[in-house]
Design a protein around this ligand. Structure first.
Ligand code: KIV
Length: 312
């Protein structure tokens, strides 16, 4: 997915930030622009890094291109995925069951997610950082959702937030967007509603497809910049994607969506146990880490580490 502003005919090129951007960071244009004409404020000789913006995701949809999204919960993975060119990093409430050791995403709190979000946002020079609003932090009212969204942009340094739920959240999305909070909507299987949905079930099969299309249309009309679909038949996801102008993201939703997202521990094989059908593993980090830990333990027990080269 190209992120050069110069190819975006719908808006003028991004210019260097006029009010300063804090301490200069090596390799990053303070204004985070990719426009070749805006490189004067570069802090070193490296190529300038352009921040992925929501309008770049929109461009991808318009051009029939795709973008990649991965979860990230701390600095090293954020840095690695960012440098690998992943366009969107999601500080998911899946941190609940992938970082904090809970069984589901339900227990994680705003105060637990905020520091993770801050770490990811500080480490990602280019990716758009989206933060999940956790269960209980936005459902009560539009005011509650705006207040929580503001915390994620202000304290978590996120660039956008994601909330779960269908058309009933259209007014909430509208209020958040009006407050300046870009919102990604999450429909289909919504893990925070696991108990009301009766467990992990594919959503939008057969006649139920229309419900998802109506949800997506209502949320896009309310101003969501993107609609994410989880565990939705490929044909339904394609129909949803065709029904809305904003980019879609899929996880277990076929390949017609503009973007794809996976939980990084699944994608890289860090998590053990049975994987969902929609997961493709691109590495076996669990085996690599386990071997490294065993070798280290053996070296320590046999007195081979530390050697003279590690000693003062
Ligand atoms: O929290 C998360 O990781 C998510 C993805 C499953 C989309 O919401």
């Amino acid at each position: 997915m190209a992120t050069s502003n110069s190819s975006d005919s719908s808006m003028s090129a991004e210019v260097p930030a006029p009010y300063g951007t804090g301490p200069s960071r090596p390799g990053v244009t303070p204004s985070a622009t990719t426009s070749q004409s805006d490189t004067t404020s570069q802090t070193d000789s490296k190529k300038p890094v352009g921040r992925v913006r929501t309008h770049h995701l929109q461009q991808a949809k318009t051009k029939g291109e795709h973008f990649a999204m991965l979860t990230a919960y701390e600095q090293y993975t954020a840095e690695i995925f960012d440098e690998a060119g992943i366009e969107v990093l999601l500080v998911g409430d899946s941190a609940s069951n992938n970082v904090f050791g809970n069984e589901t995403s339900l227990p994680v709190t705003v105060d637990e997610l905020l520091p993770l979000c801050r770490a990811v946002a500080r480490s990602a020079k280019r990716a758009l950082v989206v933060a999940d609003l956790p269960f209980g932090s936005y459902e009560v009212s539009a005011e509650q959702a705006v207040a929580t969204g503001v915390r994620f942009l202000k304290e978590g340094l996120a660039h956008a937030v994601k909330i779960e739920g269908g058309r009933f959240y259209a007014d909430t999305v509208r209020a958040m967007v009006q407050a300046g909070i870009p919102v990604m909507a999450h429909i289909g299987f919504t893990p925070q509603s696991e108990h009301s949905l009766g467990g992990y079930r594919v959503q939008g099969r057969g006649d139920d497809a229309q419900r998802l299309i109506d949800d997506a249309v209502a949320l896009a009309d309310a101003g969501a910049f993107s609609v994410l679909m989880e565990m939705v038949p490929a044909a339904t996801a394609a129909a949803v994607d065709a029904a809305i102008a904003v980019p879609t993201v899929g996880i277990g939703a076929g390949n017609a969506t503009t973007g794809q997202v996976l939980v990084w521990q699944d994608m890289a094989g860090l998590r053990g146990g049975k994987m969902a059908k929609f997961v493709k593993q691109y590495a076996d980090l669990r085996t690599s880490l386990s071997s490294a830990a065993k070798a280290y333990g053996d070296d320590v027990r046999t007195g081979q580490f530390p050697g003279p080269e590690h000693s003062f």
